[in-house]
Design a protein around this ligand. Structure first.
Ligand code: 5GP
Ligand code: MG
Length: 183
């Protein structure tokens, strides 16, 4: 079944644009201030990386400044690695200049328990010491199991544990949209 529509294709476009504006405002990446940190968007594969790419394009379009872009595979840092079915490793890519002293914005499609983000923080630690880390997600579906929250949220969606959200993106699925499914 298609499920209940949470974000239409145009909602996805608008939401990505809004988060891009919020990142520009909160990080002041276009201030020209020598003290302003370099901003690095680190997407969590698969759709977080795609979202980070889109955000970088919009941030550049709106501010004239393109943030650095990378992706961070967190598979090896999960605390439930042994209990999860085997999944192929995704690519970690670190932008030129690394993340040392940068403002890293982690980007993911859905925030749920917070365990992926916790793992991403472990992964970052092996890449350097950022000045600060923020989090951007398209959907926050609740049910946190750790003291983690997002700095930028496309949409807050109260869900039951039995429900599931599908995030469709043109680059992977041929079209954009976010849907809520009952298990
Ligand atoms: P967490 O680690 O916070 O429990 O879950 C977040 C990670 O699992 C994200 O990388 C996200 O892609 C995936 N995830 C968790 N719940 C959902 C969901 O309902 N729908 C989708 N599409 N991904 C989810
Ligand atoms: Mg994911």
């Amino acid at each position: 079944a298609a499920g209940r529509e949470l974000l239409s294709p145009s909602d996805v476009t608008r939401t990505v644009a809004r988060i891009a504006h919020q990142i520009i405002e909160k990080t002041a990446l276009d201030s020209g201030d020598a003290d302003a940190p370099r901003v690095v968007l680190m997407g969590i594969p698969t759709r977080g990386t795609t979202l980070a790419n889109r955000l970088a394009d919009k941030i550049e379009e709106f501010s004239g400044v393109r943030p650095a872009l990378g992706s961070l595979d967190i598979t090896l840092y999960r605390d439930d690695l042994r209990s999860r079915p085997h999944r192929p490793l995704e690519r970690t890519s670190v932008p030129d200049g690394g993340i040392e002293n940068s403002l890293v914005v982690l980007v993911d499609d859905v925030l749920f328990s917070g365990r992926t983000v916790r793992a991403a923080l472990d992964g970052l630690r092996d890449l350097g010491r950022p000045r600060a880390v923020q989090l951007a997600v398209l959907i926050d579906r609740g049910h946190r199991e750790l003291p983690i929250r997002a700095d930028y949220v496309g949409k807050n969606v109260p869900t039951s544990r039995a429900e599931d959200i599908s995030v469709l993106m043109i680059e992977h699925d041929g079209r954009d949209g976010v849907y809520l499914h009952q298990e």
